[in-house]
Structures are given as structure tokens and as C-alpha cells.
Design a binder for this molecule. Structure first.
Ligand code: DOR
Ligand code: ZN
Length: 347
């Protein structure tokens, strides 16, 4: 049995690092495991221009623990008023690596999101021409659509048209949760890829209702039925270069989760890598873990692979029930559980 697992240093292709005190509390968890991360722009107000992205990057760098070796890759938040010129200039200058499409009101701080795809056609044309990746939160927001069907219906109503109208645009279908999404990505061209979170590999929708309402198992897109979790596990561990690591770690203060209207988001950054390793082991796919965690993402983004390594060892690690953050607490994914792999070294 493998006792130590050394892989090329991984990256997190989807993370919410927040701002202010919360940023200071959580950034170190991501930097401990990952060399780079695609940082979501859904701040309040959202990051809609190069200047705001640069200022946010500076705040992230200032929030990292001393000695961190971590590079945040910034993203632009697309609105109905997205300016193609600003996108092109900012991408050329390295101010952002990708742009994020949130359908308006799909999730946390998405009120400024896009109300109709046609409003951003000029931006998408520019992105296709300059080869800038589009990151998609793939859920419709139509209140008539059942919350568990929102990803599937997004594929039918929006994604298929997007791919048809912009055949060369590189698109990441973020945090996929359904068999339909895995199939859509697998059967699309090489310019369509997906990120997969730890929670969508580990829990199904029952986790939200286990003995009572479980706000810490609630995120968006919401976890689906067991058959979907199985499909996501097969896709992530298949060896296909189209699927890669993106945690969607999304911390909220405990009182904002445990509330009459709890926020969506699972804070998985502290043990994300350990959680993924356990899934790959369960699937008999540890030999494919490095590609998923450290190779497929940079290849899709056309960035160099990292040069360092991380080492996990087979040893039990107990996840704390809660962690101190910004004068309050955050509850990590797997709280109170014991995981089988432990991160021991970054080299
Ligand atoms: O659960 C989620 N939380 N999904 C998102 O899309 C946003 C995120 C957040 O920012 O809290
Ligand atoms: Zn997210």
C-alpha cells in the first residue's frame, strides 16, 4: 500500500478568498496547499475592472502568512455593462486571467450578474479572439425551475447555445454537480473543461438533511442525488484532461451559516487536498490524482506547471469542529471527521 504520495504542487482553479478580516483568516489555508489559485471576483462590490483586480491582488498578498509562496490569479466579474476594451486591456496586462459569468441572482453577491447572455456578446467575442477563458456558474435562476434541476436546465437553455455561438471560446464549467454536466463536458471539444469540488465528490443531497437541517453541507450548486455524485467521481478520476481541481472553498462566518436564511458555501480550504486524495484512493485512482490536481488545470489555462512538490502521508488527521476567523468562527468541511491522508511537506 502506498504510504507516501508526492505530487507536483497543485493549484486551486476556483476559490473564494473574501476580503478584509476574513481574507486574513483564510488565505493561509489555500496558500499552504496550493501554488496558485483562481480567485473569484464576487466581492461586494464585485471586481469588474483591472484596477479593482490589482488592488484586490495586493490585499491578498498582504494577507498571506510570512514565507508563503502563492500566486493569486485574478478574475473579472462580468456584468451586463461589461466593457470589451477593459477586458482586452486587463487581460493583456495580466490584471486578470479569466472572466466569470454569474447569472444574475444565482448565488452569493451575484446581484450584478448577467441578466441575458446577449448583453455580453461583445465581451465574449473579444474573449474568444484574445483566447481568454470564460468561467461559468452554470445554473439558471428562473424560480419556476426546481433548485436541483438548475444546472441541467442551464445546459439545455444556455450552455449549448454558448458553445454553438462561440465555438472557439475556452470555457470552464465550474463546480459541476450532475451526470448531465459531466457528460456535456466530456462530449464537447477540447476547449470545454470543468472544475470539481471536494464536496460534490463526497456528499450527496442527503447530507443537508441528516437528522436535521445541516447548513454546513449547503452550497451552490447544491449537492444532488447519489447517482450524480457517482458520475462526478467517475469523471474526476477518469484521467480525462478536461476535469481538474477547483475547491470552490467559500467561507462564511458561522452565524451567517447557522441562521434562518443561511448563506451558501462550504469552507473546504483547510483539508481540500486531503479530501480529494481520499476520494482518488477510494476510486482506485491515486495514479491519476497528480494530473487532476496539478497538470490538467495549468494545461487548460496554458500556464506553466508548478516546479515544487507536495507530499501526503497515510496518517489519520482529525478536522477541527471549527476554526477561528475574523473575530468569529468558520466551520470547515469534514468538521469532526478523521481523514486518511495528511499533508506533510511542501518542497
Ligand atoms: O456556495 C456557494 N458559495 N456558491 C457560490 O457560487 C458562491 C459561493 C460564495 O461566494 O459564498
Ligand atoms: Zn464559487
Amino acid at each position: 500500500m502506498t504510504e507516501r504520495l508526492t505530487i507536483r504542487r497543485p493549484d486551486d482553479w476556483h476559490v473564494h478568498l473574501r476580503d478584509g478580516g476574513m481574507l486574513g483568516a483564510v488565505a493561509g489555508y489555500t496558500a499552504r496547499s496550493f501554488a496558485r489559485a483562481i480567485v473569484m471576483p464576487n466581492l461586494n462590490p464585485p471586481v469588474t475592472g483591472a484596477e479593482a483586480a490589482g488592488a484586490y491582488r495586493t490585499r491578498i498578498m498582504g494577507a498571506l502568512p510570512a514565507g508563503s509562496d502563492f500566486t493569486p490569479l485574478m478574475t473579472l466579474y462580468l456584468t451586463d455593462a461589461a466593457d470589451p476594451g477593459e477586458i482586452e486591456r486587463g487581460f493583456a496586462a495580466g490584471a486578470f486571467t479569466a472572466a466569470k459569468l454569474y447569472p444574475a441572482h444565482a448565488t452569493t453577491n451575484s446581484a450584478h450578474g448577467v441578466t441575458d447572455l446577449r448583453n455580453i456578446f461583445p465581451a465574449l467575442e473579444t474573449m474568444q479572439r484574445i483566447d481568454m477563458p470564460l468561467l461559468v456558474h452554470g445554473e439558471v435562476t428562473d424560480p419556476d425551475i426546481d433548485v436541483f434541476d438548475r444546472e441541467k436546465v442551464f445546459i439545455e437553455r444556455v450552455f449549448t447555445k454558448l458553445v454553438r455561438d462561440f465555438p472557439d471560446l475556452r470555457i470552464v464549467f465550474e463546480h459541476i454537480t450532475t451526470a448531465e454536466a459531466a457528460e456535456f463536458v466530456a462530449s464537447s471539444g477540447p476547449n470545454i473543461a470543468a472544475t470539481v469540488t471536494p464536496q460534490h465528490l463526497v456528499i450527496n443531497r442527503n447530507a443537508m438533511f441528516a437528522g436535521g437541517l445541516r447548513p454546513h453541507a449547503y452550497c451552490l450548486p447544491v449537492a444532488k442525488r447519489e447517482a450524480h455524485r457517482q458520475a462526478i467521481r467517475r469523471a474526476a478520476t477518469s484521467g480525462s484532461p478536461k476535469f481538474f481541481l477547483g475547491t470552490d472553498s467559500a467561507p462564511h462566518a458561522v452565524e451567517r451559516k447557522e441562521s434562518g436564511c443561511g448563506c451558501a458555501g462550504i469552507f473546504n480550504a483547510p483539508f481540500a487536498l486531503e479530501s480529494y486524495a481520499q476520494v482518488f484512493e477510494e476510486e482506485g485512482a491515486l495514479d491519476r490524482f497528480e494530473a487532476f490536481a496539478s497538470e490538467n488545470g495549468p494545461r487548460f489555462y496554458r500556464l506553466p506547471l508548478n516546479s515544487g512538490t507536495v507530499t501526503l502521508e497515510r496518517a489519520p488527521v482529525t478536522v477541527p469542529e471549527r476554526l477561528r476567523a475574523d473575530g468569529t468562527w468558520v466551520v470547515p468541511f469534514h468538521a469532526g471527521e478523521t481523514l486518511r491522508w495528511r499533508l506533510v511537506e511542501t518542497g
